[in-house]
Design a protein around this ligand. Structure first.
Ligand code: COS
Length: 386
């Protein structure tokens, strides 16, 4: 059942409809996704019809206007399906469009948010480069003002949804002499702009159906009005603010995934018999179930607390990093135990935990590795104590 604490009737309805959609249309397709590596258009269409692409975009732009806590409760359900399902719309509503929501001009919001909310275009967040991953501030892509246009040059790497996106928020250096964060700006680039191209689709360990690739700019010209917020030098801060929210979204998705993995492992343990009885009767198996349930409870509580604080207007950089760090590490341990409980079956694709085991590995890497979260948490602790 969807989470009963969801306060508004509208959100309860969304969760119920979503649950039916996941059960009826999404879950049966997930195994095919492993081979096809792409979501069929009808499923993407249905995601849009349900309003998923506009979940956290304001109602005035056609979205559902969910707050952070409501978004987390939505992700608790979505996470149960498949991480690749989340990323089609999750990247659009999260890091793919939040830059515009947070720092766009009214004109930029009116131009792009309705299309993003309706799922007419997919949004993509373009920060990482071949030589700038964890050290995002050192990015080298340039966007130089020439008359009333910016000219972009450089390569972005591992860009989620790059092959199918309609709009890229590209973080680039508008003053190449300045190597600091203050010279980074966010530029909105529409797909198909001359001088912009995507590389070959990356072959990944998991999360089949989520397509990532390089995004290359060679003298790509966009009107100067595509500068986010019409203010140079604000891009790095925008990216950090977007990631602060995105990390809560990911933490919530991990909670959903852990729920699914524990439910599957429990069902298997109660059905599978060894030594004349269900393996769930054995205390060593029970220990694995209990550890997983306890850690899930902690991650869920932590994520909701951070979301509530954010909704109350608190700065939640540290709390979001804690939630992302704990929830992503937690789901890694839960997936490992789920495979262990399944025994040999856990290594076989048809039992599905094998897919989750590969899929969840990415959560500890993207939107900031676990080590980056540790660094953000500790730095903030030191700053507060100084
Ligand atoms: N919100 C608002 N502003 C922020 C911020 C936040 N959460 N975090 C940093 N800033 C601001 C700082 O206040 C600073 O501004 P001033 O120069 O005006 O003081 C500026 O941004 C630079 O910050 P800082 O000096 O702390 O940057 P660092 O390079 O030392 O470290 C980390 C920043 C490591 C936290 C950052 O690079 C990071 O998050 N890296 C991981 C990137 C990532 O997640 N990549 C995945 C891409 S998406 S798949």
């Amino acid at each position: 059942m969807p989470d009963s604490a969801m306060v508004h009737e509208q959100e309860t309805l969304i969760l119920q409809t979503l649950e039916q959609f996941l059960e009826r249309d999404v879950r049966p397709y997930v195994m095919e996704l492993e081979h096809n590596d792409i979501w069929p258009e009808e499923i993407v269409h249905k995601m849009a019809e349900l309003g998923l692409f506009g979940a956290i975009i304001d109602e005035e732009y056609g979205g559902l206007g969910l707050n952070t806590e409501e978004e987390a409760r939505l992700m608790f359900e979505v996470g149960k399906a498949a991480p690749a399902f989340r990323s089609v719309f999750g990247t659009t509503i999260g890091i793919g469009s939040q830059g515009i929501v947070m720092d766009g001009t009214d004109e930029q919001k009116s131009k792009y948010l309705p299309k993003l909310a309706a799922g007419e275009i997919v949004g993509s967040f373009c920060l990482t480069e071949p030589n700038a991953g964890s050290d995002a501030k050192s990015l080298q892509t340039t966007a130089i003002l020439d008359g009333n246009e910016y000219v972009l040059n450089g390569t972005k790497r591992y860009i989620t949804n790059a092959p199918r996106a309609g709009l890229y928020t590209v973080y680039a250096r508008t003053n190449p002499e300045d190597k600091g964060a203050g010279a980074v700006s966010a530029i909105l680039v529409e797909a198909g702009t001359k001088g912009q191209s995507t590389g070959k689709i990356d072959k990944k360990m998991g999360q089949k159906g989520t397509q990532t690739s390089d995004l290359v700019f060679e003298d790509c010209r966009v009107p100067a009005t595509q500068l986010l917020g019409l203010e140079e030098g604000m891009g790095f801060k925008t990216a950090m603010k977007v990631l602060d929210r995105g990390r809560l979204h990911l933490a919530a998705a991990c909670v959903g995934m852990a729920r699914r993995l524990i439910d599957d492992a429990l069902a298997y343990a109660m059905e599978r018999k060894q030594f004349g009885q269900p393996i769930a009767n054995f205390q060593l198996v029970q220990a694995m179930l209990a550890d997983s349930e306890t850690e899930l409870y902690a991650a869920r509580t932590m994520t909701l607390d951070a979301c509530k604080r954010r909704d109350a207007g608190e700065k939640t950089t540290r709390a979001a990093a804690c939630a992302k760090y704990y929830a992503t590490e937690m789901v890694g341990r839960v997936a490992d135990r789920a495979v262990q409980i399944h025994g040999g079956a856990g290594y076989i694709a048809e039992y599905k935990v094998e897919r989750f085991y590969r899929d969840v590995r990415l959560f500890r890497l993207y939107e900031g590795t676990s080590q980056i979260q540790q660094l953000i948490i500790a730095r903030d602790m030191i700053k507060s104590a100084s």
